[in-house]
Unconditional design. Sequence first.
Length: 181
Amino acid sequence: MQRRNHFARARVTALMQTLALGAAFLVGIVWYPLAVAAKASPSDGASAPDFALKSTDGHNLRLSEYRGDVVVLTFWASWCGPCRAVLAELNVRSAQQGGDGATILGVNLDGDAGRAESIARSLGLTFPTLVDARQSVGRLYDVEKLPFTVLVDRDGVVRATWSATTAPRSELDRRIEEIGQ
């Protein structure tokens, strides 16, 4: 009799485990699309997610502190060759157009402040280099390919993004002039 009860309990336990797995599967089917849809990504017209990061010179900088300025965020890594080209182009723009209200912030995703500082120095960057050691800001901005550039207007709204390429200088200048007025 005990043996029969043991098998009955084992079948009930197996049935409950199967039901629990099925329920978890159904919850996953319903929850996953909702989670993906809720993911913040910096599309045109969306508010730029605020963040604070330490710069290579030791200062903490917060995006919201630049409200009132047009901001160009560029995400980069030391191993990314095209990133260096974008940084050099933005550095030229910064030197030539510095007084037009556009602020450039480079966000390094390596997590190594010393390496980021070394590359910024070797390129002669004149704009702040921020270190996203945990890549939390990279995730916040849904960075999938590097370089990734985000243009934010004076009200903190994303106006354009460019991924894995540099925006043509004339396009960036046109967009900055357009939203800077």
